[in-house]
Structure formats: C-alpha cells, structure tokens
Design a protein around this ligand. Structure first.
Ligand SMILES: Cc1ncc(COP(=O)(O)OP(=O)(O)O)c(N)n1
Ligand SMILES: Cc1nc(C(=O)O)sc1CCOP(=O)(O)O
Ligand SMILES: [Mg+2]
Length: 198
C-alpha cells in the first residue's frame, strides 16, 4: 500500500468536509484536550467522511478510541508510545505512524516496526512549542538513509513552496497544518498542495 504524498492534519471533522471533496486522500485527525465523547464523535464523523471520499484517516494520540471505532491508522509520538498498548493496536490490525525528533527517538521508533516514520520539525513551526529547533533538509536525507523502505514523513513549517526541496531531500510524504488552516483561502491552498504533490 502506497500512502499519498500530501498529508494534512486537522483538529475537527468540519475541515474534512471542506478538503476531502478537493481530492485529499490521506488526512490526520489531531484532537487535543477534548472529552472522550467528543473524540469518539469526531472519529466517527471523520471515518464516514473518509469512507465517502476514499481517503485514509489517521487518528492522532487516541489509540484506544481508534481501535474501538475500527479505524485503520494511528499516529503516536514518543510519549504516547510509552503509554500505548502496541500489542492491542497490532491485534486490532491498525497501522502505526511514529514521530521522531532525534537519534534515540528514531532507534525507539524503528524498534516498533512502524508503517511510517515522521521527522520534525523540519522547519520552525508555530503550531506548538517544541524543544527541537528546525531539523533542516540534510537531516531528512540522513533519516531516509536510516529508515530505508519505511515511508518518511516530513513535518513542521511546511509550505507548498518548500515541498519540492523536502521531497528531494528524502521525504516520501509531507504533513502540514497551518500553511492550510491559517491561509486566507484554505481550499485554494489545498488545491495548490495537491498539484505540488501529484
Ligand atoms: C505526521 C505527524 N508527525 C508528527 C506528529 C506529532 O506527534 P506527537 O509528537 O505525538 O505530538 P502531537 O501531535 O500529539 O502533539 C503528528 N501528530 N503527526
Ligand atoms: C504536530 C506537529 N508535530 C511536529 C513534530 O515535529 O513532531 S511539528 C508539528 C506541527 C506542524 O504544524 P505546521 O505545519 O503548522 O508547522
Ligand atoms: Mg501525540
């Protein structure tokens, strides 16, 4: 199975109603600080929308809710990995994406045989405070040499204009948030992303 090269992340299913009709085929639902009932509702709505549009849905953090809802993918960071029941995730048949930010994290990620590995922040991000500064493009090249056939996701400060260089450096997939969600015309920006990652 080949994942699409454009991997936007959104915090609510209402974004999916806007972008899936444009042709987005891989999307992450990244919900923070919401009660379980809202999380479950958002996952169910997002699943319905992704099924309608033939898109792959990745659930961030909420691996148990993803299992309960019959989802196909979860994304976990390193702290999430410490608390997650990886056997339960695998038993339920879910595929797993893992974040990495340094060599030790990459070692830990490789040890769980993930279905993709993300490296970030490639460029500075305004979405969240992070202890890592920008990794830079050479780091992506280094990561690609180490992960081999595992798909490599570049994340952090991505823009349409940066996409070509990010792919050239070794990323297989680009993940992005604010370049779309803070854009004056998110739909137009998604169309530009789809053109740039076709
Ligand atoms: C594709 C992708 N890469 C990295 C992350 C970050 O995951 P994590 O480190 O667990 O941080 P939060 O997103 O949970 O704040 C991601 N979500 N997706
Ligand atoms: C959610 C996330 N994780 C990152 C990591 O490095 O693990 S960077 C990031 C934020 C990405 O948002 P934007 O495209 O707006 O920079
Ligand atoms: Mg997380």
């Amino acid at each position: 199975m080949t994942l699409h090269r454009f991997y936007p992340i959104f915090d609510h299913s209402r974004w999916l109603t806007r972008v899936l009709p444009l042709g987005v085929k891989l999307v992450q639902l990244r919900i923070k600080d919401q009660p379980d009932s809202i999380v479950a509702e958002q996952i169910a709505l997002s699943q319905d929308l992704c099924r309608q549009h033939g898109a792959t849905l990745v659930i961030n953090d909420y691996w148990q809710a993803a299992i309960d809802a019959g989802c196909e993918w979860v994304h976990l960071g390193q702290e999430d990995l410490e608390e997650a029941d990886l056997s339960a995730i695998r038993r339920a048949g879910l595929k797993l994406g893992v974040s990495t930010h340094d060599d030790a994290e990459l070692d830990r990620a490789l040890a769980v045989a993930p279905d993709y590995i993300a490296l970030g922040p490639v460029y500075p991000t305004i979405l969240k405070k992070m202890k890592w500064h920008e990794q830079g493009l050479p780091r992506l090249t280094e990561w690609k040499a180490r992960v081999g056939k595992i798909p490599l996701v570049g994340i952090g400060g991505m823009s349409v204009e940066r996409a070509e260089g990010v792919f050239a450096a070794g990323a297989d997939i680009i993940s992005v948030v604010t370049d779309i969600t803070l854009n004056a015309d998110p739909e137009r920006r998604v169309e530009q992303w789809i053109d740039a990652t076709r």
